[in-house]
Ligand binder design. Structure first.
Ligand code: NAP
Length: 488
């Protein structure tokens, strides 16, 4: 695959780290391969940065941040709006780059570019609405007020499953309020990150405000990010395991932390659900991105009275899903990102079958070969199965049977995770009862698709800390200062 020939503007395909406003090779000259997950072909060789380059980027960000923070919010917002416009103008190319390095279907990649860009537009607007308070003073001669100020330099680490949106959801709010950042993208998907940097550069975001440091040695790069005193905040999306490491490593420098971690989303279908709506919602939630999103339904709980009908209707739709190269027409499911992910899906299916599950459709590697896996539906799922307690991160819906509302809530909450939970019911009272009882950051009734820049995204328990997007997304990048003026 010659990626350069697929895009209109090949200068969006960058291979150097982006530090202090310039794309630079690794000091050592080292590179790593970026491959297309469909063919395993090498599509680019990208700078493999070491810890010293991360330190250089922190120095650049630290030097550039005060002047950026000193601009008015409106000045920063106008630059971010240019970045947003450039992302939209180049959406087709950004989607091609994304599909080439990550494998999701092109239509889904375009959807991600729209979603990712919406955070830039949104936070350009929100930057102008940052405000403090004037408090009722307890002293006649003193005024009390609060100011909201940027935290300074922040570090961001992002995963491969949303190579564009997970970057903009962090970088846009941070820089909109006057911070500067150093970002390490996932090693599978650095090209989307570097393309965003190229467009930020063209939009006039000053040198040093955004720095992208790709590299294979994530622990070494992450270590600098956590231990450097000049970095005041870490924002991370990825696995709970790595989230724990970052939190531990950041303890010595007492950083502000936000973590978007793993999930084990329940999707509950009650007897009184609209069957078509529930099937459509389950497909949107479970099979998007080949099941590789943190908010994908992982455990599908279906009430006894609708269980067989739901299983049959879901199976009929899932069996029709077209699997293949994301660049081919009509494909709705691409490959699993890598061999390790593929093996986990195989392991979960084999474990479910060994423990009494029945495969209604799929259940094996797809005839496309490589890391393609058939969209799968399994009935007779039990609590002892791995799919109950671990995130599968693949296109496998395991259907558990339950009898009562209380039982469904208990099962749904029986996990260390608490990111998204879905439920389908037409009983208004139940919508509120269940929504309030679910121990999740996001309780979603009667739909499987809800991500937007407007809703606060984030989890509770082992799914993380903080919220991204929405009017609250800037809070993670601001400190509150009390100012008291006496002698009045
Ligand atoms: P991961 O292994 O945690 O990797 C995520 C990022 O962390 C990558 O950039 C990775 O770098 C880096 N990393 C790995 N070890 C590190 C270390 N010791 N120090 C610093 N950085 C380190 O996660 P993944 O498997 O790629 O992503 C899937 C996970 O992300 C799932 O659990 C999913 O639920 C979660 N996720 C959560 C959200 C959310 O918003 N809550 C959204 C998307 C995904 P390398 O690529 O170089 O290894």
């Amino acid at each position: 695959m010659d990626l350069h020939s697929l895009v209109k503007d090949s200068s969006l395909i960058q291979s150097g780290a982006y530090i202090n406003g310039a794309f630079v090779p690794a000091k050592s000259g080292a590179t790593f391969d970026v491959t297309n997950p469909v063919t395993n072909e090498v599509i680019a060789k990208v700078a493999d940065c070491d810890a010293s380059m991360m330190e250089e980027a922190v120095t650049a960000a630290h030097a550039a941040q005060p002047a950026w923070a000193a601009k008015t919010a409106k000045e920063r917002a106008n630059i971010l709006k240019k970045w947003y416009d450039l992302c939209m103008e180049n959406a087709d190319d950004l989607a091609i780059i994304l599909t080439a390095e990550m494998g999701k279907p092109l239509a889904e990649a375009k959807g991600e570019i729209g979603y990712g860009s919406s955070f830039i537009e949104w936070f350009a607007e929100q930057a102008k609405r940052v405000m403090g308070d004037v408090l009722e003073s307890p002293f006649a001669d003193k005024k009390f007020m609060t100011l909201r100020q940027p935290v300074g330099v922040f570090a961001a680490i992002t995963p491969w499953n949303f190579p564009n949106a997970m970057i903009t959801r962090k970088v846009a709010p941070g820089i909109a309020v006057g911070c500067a950042c150093v970002l390490k993208p996932a090693e599978q998907t650095p090209l989307s990150a570097l393309a965003l940097a190229e467009l930020a550069h063209r939009a006039g975001i000053p040198a040093g405000i955004i720095n992208i440091i790709p590299g294979m040695d994530a622990p070494a790069l992450g270590d600098v990010m956590c231990r450097d005193e000049r970095i005041r905040k870490i924002t991370f999306t990825g696995s709970t395991e790595v989230g724990r490491i970052l939190m531990r490593q950041s303890a010595d420098t007492i950083k502000k932390i936000s973590l978007e971690l793993g999930g084990n989303a329940p999707l509950i279908v009650f007897d009184d659900a609209d069957l078509d709506e529930a099937v459509e919602g389950a497909i949107a939630s479970k099979y998007r991105n080949a099941g590789q999103t943190c908010v994908c339904a992982n455990r599908v709980f279906v009430q006894a009275g609708i269980y067989d009908k739901f299983a049959a209707a879901l199976t009929a739709k899932v069996a029709e899903m077209k699997v293949g190269d994301g660049f081919d027409d009509g494909v709705v499911q691409g490959p699993i990102i890598d061999q390790q992910g593929f093996e986990k899906v195989e392991r979960h299916v084999a474990d479910a079958v060994a423990k009494g599950g029945t495969i209604l459709t799929g259940g094996k590697p797809h005839e496309m070969g490589g890391t393609f896996f058939e969209p799968t539906v399994i009935t007779g799922a039990q609590k002892e199965m791995q799919v109950y307690s671990e995130e599968t991160f693949g296109p496998v819906a395991a259907l558990f049977k339950f009898e009562t509302e209380e039982e469904a809530i208990t099962l749904a909450n029986d996990t260390i995770f608490g990111l998204a939970a879905y439920y389908f019911t037409k009983d208004v009272g139940r919508v509120f009862r269940v929504g309030e009882a679910l121990e999740y950051g996001m309780a979603i009734a009667n739909t499987g698709a809800y991500s937007s820049e407007v809703g606060p995204f984030g989890g509770v328990k082992a799914s993380g800390l903080g919220r991204e997007g929405s009017i609250y997304g800037v809070d993670e990048f601001l400190e509150m200062k009390l100012m008291v003026v006496g002698g009045i």
